[in-house]
Write a protein that binds this ligand. Structure first.
Ligand SMILES: Cc1cc2nc3c(=O)[nH]c(=O)nc-3n(C[C@H](O)[C@H](O)[C@H](O)COP(=O)(O)OP(=O)(O)OC[C@H]3O[C@@H](n4cnc5c(N)ncnc54)[C@H](O)[C@@H]3O)c2cc1C
Length: 558
């Protein structure tokens, strides 16, 4: 098969804040050095446009954006509002108790509420103005290596393959994009990053990465009951004390409310359904009152990394760097990663610039990236909260005491919770019988939850509001390596938790042959690319790979 090869100097995989900032910074740096000649920089993105797969909270700490574009406000960066007030609420099942003080990590004075989707589109425009080539609908499907495992670039996915794997009339083979340096900025659980980390053992000696899943809706309110610029964080209901979880409510412009709930993907109860947790969250009297008479506009779900400092893999190898969330640089205590993504992209650009000047793209040269990330504010910020998430293994209250202690001790946890995380999140899930359940009836956990189509929505309705689209005549991009396990061991031991942890109703156990047998049906066209299945499957037999370019959600305004 003939494949086109395109030569670039640097290819950035993923058009998120990390890589767009990196590409922009690099384009400016190389322009100042005529002796380098024309340096070709490309950014590829699997979504149909820059920003279409970007989902975040988001309250942005602007310090990195200010380093990249000092006058970003004057230049018209799309900002919803400066944060004007912070609320911290503890929710019991009936009451919302406002804390008289906002815990320091949740203070957002000087920060901005943004739609990260819009901010990313804006950064993409800045990149194009600076001469960066941006290719939407180009999923990075495989990394290209030489015989010594040096990364040579990326192969994009083929187009026009039908669901049987045969070529359709519109078949186009993927392109080989060769580069001196490839930067992976794929966000959490990147599919190429996962391959690379495994192949080169980049996580050797580090703790396994753990994740959380954020599920979010945008609502239009009928009046000004929730002011633009107010930021509320909540703890308590509906999470049980053994499960990591919390909610957010941000006031955007034009009476739009941004509301969401995050559930730790290291939960023990096999019946947990993060989408249902969020729907229950909205039934709390305080939240239900807030949303009364409003209209749900948009839905989305995406994972974040939560492992922090101890789970950062080696971020360089021959010809390749990892930036942003795919290197796990998000601060799990603040649930903030936009600033560190932008900063890591900029640092990657500076190290690549030095490599271009030196003409050396080996791991020896690129290891400087890890050094400059350590010397920047990224690593000190993460070190101060290094034991935050792992303490939740012991339940909510010990973890909160630990969070307070860490604040005083600069991250130490008195040896109680230090380096406590030795297993990946999916290993924490207990079998149904070990959790005291006899079967997988959801009502055992969500007995009061009804989907009324006004306040609460089922997954299919929500997915409609994520504007997801995939050509259905293509091979499923969710590879289940052994489907026999689904109808036998998994059904018995965990009650097929994929049906619950997936926030987009992709996985369904359906009748098979009418004799009581069931088989797994994969509704891949619903997939919102959150990667939860790849992370949380208890047998680790689900492999998320990139679908045909342009497929997936469309997170306008999210
Ligand atoms: C629900 C939620 C709430 C959050 N709240 C906040 C907050 O309030 N404040 C804050 O600072 N941070 C917040 N974050 C975290 C923040 O969004 C991330 O830290 C940040 O977006 C990371 O940027 P990134 O560039 O590393 O990755 P991403 O933003 O994930 O971007 C990665 C891009 O790469 C593309 N991509 C992935 N794989 C491929 C591939 N193989 N080929 C081509 N393209 C690919 C994706 O489609 C995507 O466009 C939140 C995140 C979530 C999910």
């Amino acid at each position: 098969m003939e494949r086109e090869t395109l030569e670039f100097d640097v290819v950035f995989v993923g058009a998120g804040p990390a890589n767009l900032s990196g590409a922009l910074h690099l384009a400016r740096l190389v322009k100042q050095n005529a002796s380098l000649g024309d340096i070709e920089i490309a950014v590829i993105e699997k979504g149909s446009a820059v920003g279409s797969h970007i989902l975040s909270g988001a309250v942005m700490d602007p310090k990195a954006l200010r380093e990249l574009i000092p006058d970003f406000e004057e230049q018209g960066a799309p900002l919803e509002s400066p944060v004007k007030e912070d609320y911290f609420l503890y929710l019991t099942p009936k009451f919302a108790l406002r804390s008289p003080i906002t815990p320091p990590p949740l203070k957002n004075h000087g920060y901005y509420i943004v739609s990260l989707n819009r901010l990313t589109v804006w950064l993409g425009e800045k990149c194009e103005e600076a001469g960066v080539n941006i290719f939407p609908e180009f999923p990075g499907a495989d990394l290209l290596y030489d015989e010594n495992d040096r990364v040579l670039g990326v192969r994009t996915g083929d187009k026009g393959i039908d669901k049987e794997g045969k070529r359709k009339p519109n078949y186009e083979p993927g392109v080989d994009l060769r580069a001196k340096v490839t930067v992976l900025g794929e966000g959490p659980r990147g599919s190429l990053s996962k391959q690379l980390i495994e192949r080169l053992g980049l996580d050797e000696g580090r703790e396994p990465q753990v994740y959380s899943l954020g599920v979010k809706e945008l609502w239009e309110l009928p009046d000004d009951r929730y002011p633009t610029g107010r930021v509320t964080h909540t703890l308590g209901f509906p999470s049980d004390t053994a499960t990591y979880g919390g909610g957010w409510i941000y006031g955007m412009q034009n009476r739009v409310l941004n509301i969401g709930y995050v559930t730790g993907l290291d939960y023990k109860d096999p019946l947990i359904d993060p989408h249902a947790e969020f729907q229950r969250y909205k039934t709390h009297p305080y939240i239900a009152r807030l949303l009364e008479g409003g209209k749900m506009l948009r839905y989305g779900a995406k994972t974040v990394t939560a492992g922090g400092y101890f789970a950062i893999p080696r971020m360089y190898a021959d010809g390749v760097l990892l930036a942003g969330d795919c290197a796990g640089l998000l601060n799990p205590q603040r649930l903030k990663g936009i600033h560190s993504a932008i900063k890591s992209g900029m640092l990657a650009a500076e190290v690549i610039y030095e490599a271009l000047v030196a003409g050396d793209f080996s791991a020896k040269q690129l290891q400087r990236y890890e050094q400059v990330v350590k010397e920047s504010w990224i690593i000190p910020e993460l070190r101060k909260v290094r034991n935050f998430h792992s303490a939740f293994k012991h339940g909510r209250w010990p973890a909160l005491i630990n969070a307070g202690l860490q604040f005083v001790t600069g991250g130490r946890a008195w040896g109680i919770f230090d380096r406590d995380r030795s297993v990946a999140g999916h290993e924490e899930m207990k079998k149904l019988s070990n959790y005291g359940y006899r079967d997988d009836r959801l009502e055992q956990r969500y007995k009061d939850l009804r989907f009324d189509g006004k306040l609460t929505f089922n997954k299919v309705t929500d997915v409609y509001h994520a504007a997801v689209g995939h050509d259905e005549d293509q091979p499923a991009h969710l590879h289940v390596l052994d489907t026999n396990i689904c109808s036998t061991r998994c059904a018995e031991e965990y009650g097929n938790p994929c049906q619950r942890f997936c926030p987009a109703a992709v996985y369904e156990m359906v009748e098979d042959g009418g004799n009581g047998n069931r088989r797994l049906q994969i509704n891949f066209s619903n997939c919102v690319h959150c990667k939860t299945c790849d992370i949380m499957d208890p047998y680790q037999i689900i492999n998320w790979v990139t679908p045909e370019g342009g497929g997936g959600p469309d997170y306008k305004g999210m």
